[in-house]
Design a protein. Sequence first.
Length: 221
Amino acid sequence: MLPNLDLEVVGASLPFLWTGLLFSLKLTLVAMSGGIVCGTLLALARLSSIAPLRNAAAAYVNTLRAIPLVMVILWFFLVIPLLTGKPVGAENSALITFTLFEAAFYGEIMRAGIQSVPRGQVAAARALGLTYAQSMRHVVLPQAFRNMLPLLLTQTIILFQDTSLVYAIGAKDLLKAAEVTGKNYNRPVEMYVFVALIYFAICFALSRLVRRLQARVAIVR
């Protein structure tokens, strides 16, 4: 079957596939940025001495980490319109769901990063007159981000792969673009093979970047 691939169909489908790839990348960047910001807040909440705040953050993280992402996507897409009476839309549902879901995973990474910073540095910062917030901002978080950067990027690779799950609600991502063009030209094999190569190329390049960062972080340490 593979020798009979029609590459002309792939060339004709590139504009539509490009649109799908742009949405997949947009979803990845938005979910990564929002997830890291929200995840950092969750990590700080989990490390807080305030029990209700700590317990609420732990419940959020543990609940989302225990539910498959595709179920969260479907629930949000189907249930929210029933509660609000207004459709959210497939793309907006994907952006919101991924950000909230990834926050739980980035939060655990950030919590490990914060705990990897020696407590003596926090004590030294407090001894210099810095408040808790200033100590976190200027001393702890910069080191935590540096220590956890390879893990953050690894999670981002997984996030990019998971963007294909928005296929379940009809969002126009790269996989959906491949399905539509494959049906239009009646050449699904070519589309899926080409899209698989795109996923592989992007994820392989990012994984190489992670290895380089791991080596640099190890040298700094």
